[in-house]
Design a protein around this ligand. Structure first.
Ligand code: KG4
Ligand code: ZN
Length: 344
């Protein structure tokens, strides 16, 4: 059995965790930065990087202590090496390198998206490769064939905003607060999902890509029209997102035969209505449905440690001069999505 220390600092959560190769989470520590970023209504990269510097070392010590292990007993150190806000990624990766060098242990640089992609296997020992993954987070919205650790085929991505970004921006427009995903989900519970007619971008289009920028603009217009309550707009927005996610995922299911399961991961996978809709879609296609527990959906270090465990098991590690990367596609062969809203 291998013991892996994981570090995460790519966005606005600082996290450290100790996980074993047989799926025990011995500790997982998390320090959010919501109070620091709330006045700005979004994550400020400089503030995030500084906050990571302040808390990562004590948090790592706390994770080791809670796990009841010393650094010497750890078999490898896994740290997020990208993609993300570069200042934060550098803080975590440099910390990981320093610990690896000091303790003479291998460093495993983890793609944050791989952390999300493999997280369902930490919670579910039955989940075997290959599986179809809907990865929905604040920075990404992708459909991927997960074939093994380090082996991904991207079927689709967003041509503009990520799903979580749409939740966050819409919540801000509606004055529902930050972070937007949980705020919209709560408001949607008391709103009417049929109240406001909102667009479903790319619904029915041949490629399973996503687009959310137009939906966000429609939320702005609905707000300014002043006819509907924020709760009704939130519920209608969430329903539009659900319709897009299920339609696009249905398209991807048709293109990815031989999958063992339909899996959802990433922060937006914490949304109960989205989980329920995808579960229904999986049932229609006789596919197993797997969604990690809520704490494992949003950013955390257990998923980074687990991705490290999966890589360690197949003999992968990285040199100490591995670079931090702001951008880092999981499938380097994937072509750029084409569409009106493509970002430069
Ligand atoms: O995976 P994650 O923690 O960070 C990234 O890697 O981006 O995802 C954060 C995103 C945010 O946009 C947040 O609003 C969204 O996940 N989110 C949710 C919910 N909880 C978090 N979106 C919808 N419903 C939720 N319950
Ligand atoms: Zn994430």
């Amino acid at each position: 059995m291998a013991l892996i220390l994981g570090l995460e600092s790519s966005c606005d959560e600082t996290a450290a965790a100790v996980v074993t190769s047989d799926r025990q989470v011995l500790s997982h520590k998390l320090a959010g930065q919501e109070t620091e970023h709330r006045p700005y209504g979004g994550v400020v990269p400089e503030i995030a990087a500084r906050a990571h510097v302040e808390v990562l070392t004590p948090l790592t010590q706390a994770a080791l202590q809670e796990a009841g292990v010393t650094l010497d007993q750890i078999d490898a150190i896994a740290a997020t090496a990208g993609p993300g806000l570069i200042g934060g990624v550098m803080v975590g990766l440099v910390t990981g390198k320093a610990l690896a060098m000091a303790a003479g242990k291998p460093l495993i640089g983890i793609n944050h998206l791989e952390g999300h992609a493999l997280s369902p296997r930490l919670a579910d020992p039955e989940l075997a490769f290959p599986y179809l993954l809907l990865l929905v987070s604040g920075g990404h919205c992708q459909l991927l064939e997960v074939r093994g650790a380090g082996d991904y085929r991207r079927l689709a991505t967003t041509i503009d905003d990520a799903a979580g970004e749409a939740f966050d921006k819409s919540a801000k427009l509606l004055g529902l607060g930050f972070p937007g995903g949980p705020a919209i989900e709560a408001a949607a519970r008391i709103g009417d999902p049929g109240a406001v007619p909102l667009p479903r971008p790319l619904l029915g289009s041949a490629e399973p890509h996503f687009s959310f920028a137009g939906l966000k603009s429609a939320v702005l217009r609905a707000r300014d029209a002043g006819v509907h309550s924020a709760e009704d707009i939130a519920a209608s927005f969430q329903q539009a997102v659900i319709d897009c996610l299920t339609d696009r995922t249905r398209r991807a299911i048709g293109r990815a035969p031989g999958m063992n399961a339909l899996v959802v991961a990433g922060g937006v996978a914490a949304n109960g209505a989205i989980r329920a809709a995808l579960q229904g879609l999986a049932a229609q296609h006789d596919l197993r449905f797997v969604a990690p527990p809520l704490w494992l959906c949003t950013d955390n270090a257990a998923m980074i440690a687990w991705a490290g465990a999966e890589r360690f098991a197949v003999g992968l590690s990285d040199p100490l001069d591995m670079p931090a990367r702001a951008r880092w596609p999981l499938d380097p062969t994937a072509e750029k999505a084409r569409g009106a809203g493509v970002k430069a």
